[in-house]
Each structure stands twice: as structure tokens, then as C-alpha cells.
Write a protein that binds this ligand. Structure first.
Ligand code: SF4
Length: 326
């Protein structure tokens, strides 16, 4: 059974245009079905604006959903209403944000930042709280001497370790990491990625890892879901997606990943135009305005999902019988 099951999820939100002040409706998530297996790192990949972060916020109950269900451990989290139920949910599902500079309260010492969730959610003795805080800070590779310092005394990588320790403090089952290394120096990124991998292995955690960086995703993830304009267009094991990408959008994304030592000619697939606005979604296949293989039917019909293996699926007309590329 999946730890998390997302069914027919739709999220719209409104924004105000800076110039005219006009209110606009954005269709950020447009019918996502997704299962997250216990103990895996599921990466969600796609360009900026494809809906990755909105998906994270929807799972974390930080945005209202228009339609659908998010079922965590058999319970529909979108139906949780009481403070007690919501607190219990947040004990099991935690988030690590992109920017470790803004996600830690600058006025609190690290020890207080880590103790706070325990004081709010658990009835524990002060000795027990101290023991847990020290355990978590050492699990992220830091010394207990950091507990008496403020966030500004640390580098970006150290702050992200502290943010991860805070996410671990209530012993969650699922952590959603939203671009957790993209604000860090390249030299530090590998350390944080290795830390997340070891936490998954040593603590049996499950991660949803959101990133636009396919090199990082290839290294860390067990499976990859590729998003385009609020839909998952392809999903599969990491090896399936990298060795045999099926959707033209996935192929274009992967073709732009630099290959170390490659002496072959440039095989980057150039996509036409920009990501269309999520205020006015294209009809039919949402990728048709940029797809190098677009056919007439792509412009007004929505492709069904095609299954290549039990784990590998994609939505594209190229794989229906009359256009089969398999
Ligand atoms: Fe391209 Fe058509 Fe496939 Fe969409 S359905 S990705 S437009 S070929």
C-alpha cells in the first residue's frame, strides 16, 4: 500500500497583475494522480512554473484544493479540520524549504528552534527533549555546540542541515523537500544530497524530492514524476526515465543535461517557445504548443496514459496503436 495517494487533484489560485491590479485565475494543478511508496525517494521534475511547489503546498495543506483527495496512511488529509487532527498530520508529514536563510527564525537559538515542535506537540520531560534534540542534530552531522548559537552564525549548508534536523524532530514518515539544494553553493549541494539519502536509508524515511535539476534527481531518486503545466506527463523508475524517456517533454529535459566526458555532437532538443501561462491552458495535450512531434489530434484531444511497464507510464499520442513508436 502507498504511504501517500493523490487522486484527481486540482488546485487553482488567484493572483493580481502588478500593472492593472486585475485578478487572474491560475490553474496550477490539473488532475494529478500519484502514489508515493513507503521508503522511496520520489522526485518531481519540471520547469519553474510547472506546479511542483504548488503540489508540495497542497500535500502540506498550505493551499486550498479545488478538487480531489490526498490520502496519507489511509486518511483523507484534505478532510482534516480539527487542530488536533491537523497537528497529528504535521507530526507525520514535514517539509524542508528551498531557502535555509528564511526558513529559520533569526531571533531564536538553534536549540530553541528544535525544541519548539516537541514542546507544542509532545508531553515530554526536559531531559527527554534535550536527548531528542541532541540526537537529531547529530543525525544531520552537526555538533551539539551549535544548539547555543543563532542561525546567522552558520553557512547556508549548515542552516539547511539545521532545517532538516527540525523536520526530523517529530519523527515524521514523509518529508517533502522543495528544491532543498538549489539555494546552496554547488560544492555544498552534494553533502546535503548525501545526507538526505543516508537519512532515507538509516531511518526508513520517505521523501518527495522536488527539483528542476535533473543531475541531482538522477543521483538521489528511486522514481521520477515529470510535470508539465500541472499534470504528470511521465512517471517511472529513475533508470527507466533516464535510459528510455518516452514523453517528448521528458526527452527535451533530459537532452539538456550535460554529459560529462561526452564527445558526441550536441543532441539538445530545443523546445519551441516559453512555458504557456497557467491562466489560459492549451487545449488537448497541454504540451502541443511546444512539441516537435505535434499532430492535428494533439491540439484538441487529451492523450490517455500508456503503460510501458508496471512502473513506467506516459501520456502521449505517439504511443497509441496508430502512431506507435515502441
Ligand atoms: Fe507531442 Fe502530441 Fe505527444 Fe502531446 S500527445 S507530447 S503534442 S506528440
Amino acid at each position: 500500500m502507498n504511504l501517500l495517494e493523490i487522486k484527481e487533484l486540482k488546485v487553482d489560485y488567484t493572483t493580481k497583475s502588478g500593472v492593472s491590479g486585475e485578478t487572474k485565475l491560475v490553474h496550477a494543478i490539473n488532475g494529478i494522480n500519484l502514489g508515493v511508496r513507503r521508503g522511496e525517494i520520489l522526485a518531481v521534475a519540471g520547469e519553474s512554473g510547472c506546479g511542483k511547489s504548488t503540489l508540495a503546498k497542497a500535500i502540506m495543506k498550505l493551499v486550498d484544493i479545488k478538487n480531489g483527495e490526498i490520502i496519507f496512511q489511509g486518511t483523507n488529509s484534505t478532510a482534516l479540520n480539527s487542530i488536533k487532527e491537523i497537528r497529528q498530520f504535521y507530526q507525520k508529514v514535514q517539509m524542508v524549504f528551498q531557502n535555509p536563510y528564511s526558513s529559520l527564525n533569526p531571533k531564536m537559538k538553534i536549540g530553541s528552534i528544535l525544541k519548539e515542535p516537541l514542546l507544542i506537540n509532545k508531553k515530554l520531560s526536559s531531559q527527554e527533549i534535550t536527548r531528542i534534540v541532541e540526537e537529531k542534530i547529530s543525525q544531520v552531522g552537526l555538533d551539539t555546540s551549535v544548539l547555543d548559537k543563532y542561525p546567522h552564525e552558520f553557512s547556508g549548508g549548515q542552516r539547511q542541515r539545521i532545517a532538516i534536523a527540525r523536520a526530523l524532530i517529530l519523527e515524521p514518515e514523509l518529508i517533502i523537500a522543495d528544491e532543498p539544494v538549489s539555494a546552496l553553493d554547488v560544492s555544498i549541494q552534494a553533502q546535503i544530497i548525501n545526507l538526505l539519502k543516508s537519512l532515507k536509508e538509516n531511518l526508513g524515511l520517505t521523501f518527495i524530492f522536488i527539483s528542476h535539476d535533473l543531475s541531482v534527481i538522477k543521483y538521489i531518486s528511486d522514481r521520477i514524476a515529470v510535470m508539465y503545466l500541472g499534470e504528470i506527463v511521465e512517471i517511472g523508475k529513475t533508470s527507466e526515465i533516464f535510459d528510455s524517456p518516452k514523453h517528448p517533454y521528458t526527452q527535451a529535459l533530459l537532452s539538456s543535461v550535460p554529459k560529462i566526458g561526452s564527445k558526441t555532437e550536441d543532441t539538445t532538443i530545443q523546445l519551441e517557445g516559453e512555458l504557456p501561462s497557467a491562466e489560459k491552458l492549451p487545449s488537448g495535450c497541454k504540451f502541443h504548443t511546444r512539441c516537435p512531434y505535434v499532430m492535428d489530434k494533439c491540439k484538441d484531444k487529451i492523450p490517455e496514459e500508456h503503460e510501458f511497464s508496471l512502473s513506467h507510464r506516459c501520456k502521449c499520442f505517439l504511443y497509441t496503436n496508430e502512431n506507435s513508436m515502441i
